[in-house]
Each structure stands twice: as structure tokens, then as C-alpha cells.
Design a protein around this ligand. Structure first.
Ligand code: SF4
Length: 683
């Protein structure tokens, strides 16, 4: 337990808003109480239902407390000595037999920067760039488009300036009212109440729709056509910023060429939205003054995800809405540390600080600090690893991730992982993935450890331990460090997380000026290259960090989803998260408050589609796609469009990812969770 009498200040473990709260030990052993942290920089004491229930899972009876080794198909308790020996032996055998690229390493946005930094360093010391994190499943396409066209793969602006300085919001494929609740209530909704015009583009009516002045209820998979109507309207009606385009961008002619023979009526019909309503939305945004764009997984989780986000970048650049407060392209990141996990290089193509794996000079920068050579070629993504599991891939080290629930077409993922020669899973609960492992290592939870996390607006904040570690659990930091030391002797023995952070500062210039002391209670937003700088509230003020300093406009064409409706599968299946649950639900399904609110999966079905199939509200229906079927409870509602069914990814016993599509975007290799051809029926 912390020896302090005062409650410790730390950060909510759930979404990327990064709300602060205080913790102190509860009366029962292992339990924790929370208190508001009224001067926390982001949330000023406010918490949503998830944040205020986040202490409930930490002393749940399902917590793993002892290392486990599988023998004859059954787990038995083991000492750490035995378990770590088995891990080192298992992974080194795979390396010797098949080479280092036959193993994958999964980092996690649920753990801290220091731990993810160590995990990617371990992968590279092992001899592979096969290291990835769950950004592959949420915003890989967003990061790819932003890095390519604007030079930095992160939210351009900050929640504070978006509240104070924006005149219009364009929110496409995101639902901040339910997924970034405090960001919405303290920032975006407040701005809307004060007169900021809100345009929402989303197939589903949700709580964000309540603040929208215009809701374009688009058919899933048609974001490019709808944005092309918007861009054509802006060009036709000369609502663009000629000076900004001339001075700060390149490629405007490619957009003009794309739209030269554009048929706006056909595009509106494809998107299923009234043409004049789209034009009205375009004018509302372009004529408003400062316009800010928000994007989420409704845009990124598509086979055209990179082009989807590029079209939002086009909208920002042609209207001159970037490089000043209240503007920009702003991905709302889903997890507590998903920004930081990529910042520290837990990606197959990127080293810490976004240095490129395939650039010899970039590699040399980290090799100088690390003292070993980094493999020169990009590694496999997490989906490529699970796809090749049992074949080219024979080893897997999973830290804090659950690909059996989180990856699409998960029947196949599960079958493949069973074929691995060796897998180690490190987690706080026995996840569906951990059940398949040879060794399971019990890790500490968010209330028991310290380090740093980076929230959606690039703010690096400190997390601090409030209670002793339970049972025989260990910090992810210590486990990875010890495995690295046992494997390679040196380079992994650190005197605590701060020492790792100091090394991160050396190799990642965007973190160069950030120290534990300077982070304090307020946090610091990267880039912050020297200790003289205060951090950066909004990016791209004078020029873009691209080779020529310009932002890239690139016209893009509609690409239909990988799977479209047909006679056998006449409905479009799409997915979304709900306020009271979190991703695959490992934590939120172990919280009484959250389960009291919703304890099972459900599917929204339009009344006309329900009637045609004899489905009534509350019926358990079979949802089927080409990859399998699940049973799920029907909710008959007009919140979804006719022809579209909408469900959630949170429940293991009605597991939506058994039926989602694993087709990927060719650039970012992110899967198309958001569109599949489906059918539903009731017995
Ligand atoms: Fe936690 Fe996000 Fe809710 Fe804030 S908005 S309390 S960070 S889940």
C-alpha cells in the first residue's frame, strides 16, 4: 500500500479522455475507494459511469493471483521461477527452431508507456519487428492518413481549445456522448450549448445526435461519397480558403480532378441521405468560422479507412481549418493509453517517437542507445500474426490483450491460436485468449502500479499505485524486464519505470522535454522536445512536419465495402460501443454497476426489417454472416436505418466478432469491423 495518508492521484483506466481521480485503500483487503480529484486537468472531478465504477473489478474474485502452467491440457499453479523459466524456454525454442520472425509480441493500450516501451524493445532484441498493439484494430488507418498527409499521427488540437474556439463541429463515425463521456459533457456539449454548430455523420442515432443540428444518417460504408458531395459543394460555391490552399497545401488539383465528373445525386443516393441536406451541412461547416473535425472508428474500421480519413483531412485543408485553436482533424482515441502505446514504438513499422523501422538513419538513432541492431524490415501486424499462427508463426507473447474476442472473424483466430507451439499470456483475468496459453502470468491492475499514459489529446499523465499488489501478481514492467534479462543478460534491468521513461526521452524526441517531475499533476502535451518547452496544445501552427512542410490534399473515390448485401445476406451489420461497457468487456463485465445497467448483448433492428421477419422486441434472434452465427436479443427501434442492424462487441457469450469481417484496409491493415453482409432470423 502507498504509505501516503492522502489519497493518490491517478488516471481512469478506461477511455482516452484521461480523467483524473483519487484512490485510497478500502476496508476490505484489496479493495479500493475512489474520490473526485476536483482540480484534475482534464475532468475537474467529473467521472462517467465507467470511471466511477472502475475500482469494482480490481478485487473481483476472478483476479489471477498465481502464475499458471498448462500440463496435459490443464492449468496448475506454479512458482514465478518455474513460470518464467518455461516462458524463456518456450520462446527461445521457437526462435531457435523457426527464427525470430516466427514469434509475435502484443503490447497493450491498457498498460503504461514504460511497459509497452519495454515490450517493443524485447521484441526487437529477440530479433523481430512483429510487435503491435490494439491501435491496429481501432485507429491504424487514422494514424496512417494523418502521418502521410499532415506529418503527425495524433489529434491535432485539444479538448480545451475545441470547446473554447470552435464555431462548428463535424463529427463523423464517432459518438463522444457515449464513448468519451466527460470529453463530451465538459467540452463538446458545452460548446454546442454555447452555439457551436454540430454536424453528425453516423448510421446510428445515438446520444451525440441529441446535440447535432444536422444528422446525416449515412448507410455504413459510404463515407467517401458523402464527403465528396460536401467537398464538391465547397468547391462549386467557392467556400474554400484559397490563400491557405496556396500557401500551406499541395495536391488541390487531385481533388479537383476527382470531383470533375462527380455525380452528386448518385453519391447521395449511394449514401442514403438527401442531397440538399448534405449540401446544407457542407455550408454550415465551411461558413462557420473555425471548424473542427472529429473522427472515430466508424471511419477508421473500414477497408477504405485510410482514404476515409484522408477525405476528412481534405475537408480541413480546403477550408483552412487546421493549425489554429478550434480546428483540426481530431481522432477520439478509445483506450486510456492507445496514443502512448504507438508513441513508444509498439508497432511493426515504427520505433519509439515514430522513427521508421525501414529508415537506416532512424534505426541507428535507437541502436546507439540500445546497443543492439534492430531488424531492418517491418514486422507483421497483430492480425497477420494471428492469421499465420500455427504456420509461419509458432510463438506468441500477449500482454493485456484478448485477440480471441477483439479480432474479427474470431472463430478462425481461436482455431489458429490453438495451433501455436508456445504462447504466454499476461493479464489480470483468465481471458478467452489466456485460456489457450501454455503459461499465464498474473499482472497487477491499474490501482496497484505507477507509470505514465498518454491520452487522446497527447497529454502525458502519471498513474500512481494506491494499494499493495494482490497475491503473487507482478507489474507488467517487472515481468517483461525479467524475461528480457533472463533471455539476453543485459539491457532490461531498470531501476523502476522512471528509468525506462528517461531512456524513452532519449530516443523519442517528441517526449524529449517531458520528465516525471515536469508532468506533475497537470500533464504535458507532446511534442515537447526540450525541458524549456511547455508542450503543445495544437499542432501545425506554422508548417506541417512533412518533408516539404505542406499538408497533402488527395482526392479519393468511393470504394464499396468488402462485403455487400445479397439475397442470402440482405442486411448490413455494423457495430458500436455503449456508454456502460468497454471494448471486449474484461473489466466492465466484472463491475456490478455496469452489469446492472446492461448485462447482455443486443441488436438494433429497424421496425420494417423486424416485421418482415416476424421479430418482436425482446426476441432472441440468430445473427448470421459468412463467418458464423451468434444469438442476440433484438431491440426493435428506429435508431438504426432500415436495412442496417447494429450491435456491440462487449459480451463473451454473444460474441459479435465471431461474425465480423476480417477484410483489411490495404495501407493500414485495419479490419472492416463496421460493415458485413448479414441475416437475422427468429425460431
Ligand atoms: Fe474514464 Fe473516459 Fe469516463 Fe473519463 S470519460 S471517466 S476517462 S471512461
Amino acid at each position: 500500500m502507498s504509505s501516503e495518508d492522502e489519497p493518490v492521484k491517478t488516471i481512469c483506466p478506461y477511455c482516452g479522455v484521461g480523467c483524473g481521480l483519487k484512490l485510497e485503500p478500502g476496508e476490505e483487503p484489496g479493495s479500493v475507494n475512489f474520490k473526485p480529484w476536483f482540480d484534475a486537468p482534464v475532468n475537474e472531478g467529473a467521472l462517467c459511469i465507467k470511471g466511477s465504477s472502475a475500482v469494482q473489478h480490481v478485487d473481483h474474485e476472478d483476479r489471477l493471483t498465481e502464475p499458471l502452467i498448462k500440463e496435459d491440457g490443464e492449468f496448475r499453479e506454479a512458482t514465478w521461477e518455474e513460470a518464467l523459466d518455461r516462458v524463456v524456454e518456450g520462446l527461445m525454442e521457437v526462435r531457435e527452431e523457426y527464427g525470430p520472425d516466427a514469434t509475435g509480441f502484443f503490447a497493450s493500450s491498457q498498460v503504461m508507456n514504460e511497459e509497452n516501451y519495454l515490450m517493443q524493445k524485447l521484441a526487437r532484441r529477440y530479433g523481430t519487428n512483429n510487435v503491435d498493439n490494439c491501435t491496429r484494430l481501432c485507429h491504424a488507418s487514422t494514424v496512417a492518413a494523418l502521418r502521410d498527409s499532415l506529418g503527425a499521427g495524433a489529434m491535432t488540437n485539444s479538448m480545451a481549445d475545441l470547446r473554447d474556439s470552435a464555431d462548428a463541429y463535424w463529427i463523423q463515425g464517432a459518438n463522444p456522448a457515449e464513448q468519451h463521456v466527460i470529453g463530451h459533457s465538459k467540452y463538446f456539449k458545452q460548446a454546442a450549448n454555447d452555439g457551436t454548430t454540430v454536424v453528425q455523420v453516423d448510421p446510428h442515432e445515438n446520444k451525440t445526435s441529441e446535440v447535432a443540428d444536422i444528422h446525416l444518417q449515412v448507410k455504413p460504408g459510404t463515407d467517401i461519397p458523402i464527403l465528396n458531395v460536401v467537398l464538391e459543394t465547397i468547391l462549386e460555391e467557392e467556400l474554400y480558403d484559397e490563400e491557405f490552399i496556396a500557401e500551406r497545401t499541395k495536391g488541390f488539383e487531385s481533388l479537383e480532378a476527382e470531383l470533375a465528373d462527380f455525380d452528386a445525386e448518385e453519391a447521395a443516393e449511394t449514401a442514403g441521405v438527401d442531397l440538399e441536406k448534405i449540401r446544407e451541412a457542407a455550408r454550415a461547416f465551411a461558413e462557420a468560422g473555425n471548424g473542427a473535425i472529429f473522427t472515430g472508428m466508424g471511419m477508421s474500421q473500414k477497408t477504405c479507412g485510410t482514404d476515409n480519413v484522408q477525405n476528412l483531412i481534405n475537408l480541413a485543408l480546403v477550408t483552412g481549418n487546421i493549425g489554429k485553436p478550434g480546428t483540426g482533424v481530431n481522432p477520439l482515441r478509445g483506450q486510456n493509453n492507445v496514443q502512448g502505446t504507438s508513441d513508444v514504438g509498439a508497432l511493426p513499422n515504427v520505433l519509439p517517437g515514430y522513427l521508421e523501422v525501414e529508415d537506416p538513419e532512424d534505426r541507428a538513432q535507437v541502436e546507439d542507445v540500445w546497443g543492439f541492431e534492430v531488424p531492418p524490415e517491418n514486422g507483421l501486424t497483430s492480425l497477420e500474426v494471428t492469421d499465420a499462427a500455427g504456420e509461419e508463426v509458432q510463438g506468441l507473447y500477449v500482454m493485456g490483450e484478448n485477440p480471441v474476442l477483439s479480432e474479427p472473424n474470431s472463430n478462425e483466430v481461436e482455431a489458429n491460436l490453438k495451433e501455436l507451439q508456445f504462447m504466454v499470456a499476461q493479464d489480470i483475468f483468465m481471458t478467452e485468449t489466456a485460456k489457450l496459453a501454455d503459461v499465464v502470468l498474473p499482472a497487477t491492475s491499474w490501482v496497484e502500479r505507477g507509470g505514465t499514459v498518454t491520452n487522446t489529446d497527447r497529454r502525458v499523465q502519471r498513474m500512481r499505485p494506491a494499494v499493495d499488489v494482490p497475491g503473487n501478481t507482478r507489474h507488467d514492467f517487472d515481468i517483461v524486464s525479467e524475461i528480457g534479462t533472463r533471455m539476453f543478460g543485459e539491457g532490461f534491468d531498470y531501476d523502476g519505470p522512471e528509468a525506462v521513461f528517461e531512456e524513452l526521452r532519449e530516443v523519442a524526441s517528441i517526449y524529449g522535454g517531458i520528465t516525471y517531475d515536469r508532468i506533475g499533476d497537470e500533464g504535458i502535451q507532446w511534442p515537447c522536445e526540450t525541458t524549456e518547452e511547455e508542450g503543445t496544445q495544437y499542432l501545425h501552427k506554422e508548417e506541417f512536419p512533412t518533408e516539404d512542410g505542406l499538408g497533402k490534399i488527395r482526392g479519393v473515390s468511393h470504394q464499396p465495402p468488402a462485403e455487400v448485401e445479397d439475397e442470402e445476406y440482405p442486411l448490413v451489420l455494423t457495430t458500436g460501443r455503449i456508454e456502460e461497457h468497454y471494448n471486449t468487456g474484461e473489466m466492465s463485465r466484472r463491475s456490478e454497476n455496469l452489469m446492472r445497467k446492461t448485462d447482455h448483448n443486443f441488436i438494433h433492428v429497424h421496425p420494417a426489417d423486424a416485421e418482415a421477419r416476424g421479430i418482436e422486441d425482446g426476441d432472441v434472434v440468430e445473427l448470421r454472416t459468412r463467418r458464423g452465427e451468434i444469438d442476440v436479443t433484438a431491440v426493435v427501434t428506429e435508431e438504426t436505418k432500415q436495412g442496417v442492424v447494429w450491435t456491440t462487441p462487449h459480451f463473451a457469450d454473444s460474441q459479435t466478432n465471431r461474425v465480423t469481417n476480417d477484410a483489411v484496409d490495404p495501407v493500414a491493415k485495419i479490419p472492416e469491423f463496421k460493415v458485413a453482409a448479414a441475416t437475422i432470423s427468429v425460431d
